[in-house]
Design a protein around this ligand. Sequence first.
Ligand code: HEM
Ligand code: HEM
Length: 181
Amino acid sequence: MTGGFFMFNFYHFAIQQALFYSVEILLTFITKIKNNIMIKHLHSVWAYLVLLAIIIAFTNALLGLIANKEFKTKDLRLALFALIFAHIQLLLGFMAYYVSPFYATLREIGMGASMKEAAVRLIVVEHPLMMILAIILITVGFSKHKKKASDKEKFKTIALFYGLALLFVLSKIPWHQWFTK
Ligand code: HEM
Ligand code: HEM
């Protein structure tokens, strides 16, 4: 009886310790990421690829539409590349948000005061909001094009949704800090 009781306590203890250390390792990892400026640079460099991919996919769809071309695998790939690049940028964006000094400012002065500062509002609200909307447009456009019956409709759907997404992205890129740093 006592042996069984001891064993139960031992396993209980071991599991508790394992949990404790897992949480500690996780917290250390999160702190490392938080202090890691790499994420911002990744998001910054990845933005070139995203922008380029959206421009190429949009232009290609527009040309296909105008010239009444056949919708080929190449056309699907170009749209899919832009989608995947944009989805990865979404993840990098969430991480960049968390490590950004603008986020620290938001925590410090609060949402009300942040909204009154144009520079803070751009990074904390406008940029993420419009970029998320742009990525939603791209995702919806890609999903919709697959269900269209005619090649013309496919090109049209991509041109429309990716074109609008491109406008959203161009409107809220923090240009002044992208090229200067
Ligand atoms: C926060 C992160 C993400 C969210 C919220 C998200 C959300 C979505 C949504 C809603 C769809 C559309 C499903 C449909 O209706 O067909 C989708 C599709 C897709 N996503 Fe993401 N995604 C994320 C990250 C990623 C990442 C990191 C990648 C690539 C490494 C990726 C690659 C794809 C691909 C390839 C598709 C399928 C397109 C297709 O063939 O229909 N996503 N995602
Ligand atoms: C299509 C999607 C996106 C594009 C093309 C994009 C592009 C960019 C660019 C070019 C910068 C400037 C980088 C620099 O200063 O060198 C930036 C900064 C930033 N982005 Fe995005 N972004 C996108 C989506 C997002 C999303 C979804 C979020 C958050 C949820 C986000 C959060 C941020 C933050 C917080 C910064 C500022 C980092 C800082 O200065 O500390 N981005 N983005």
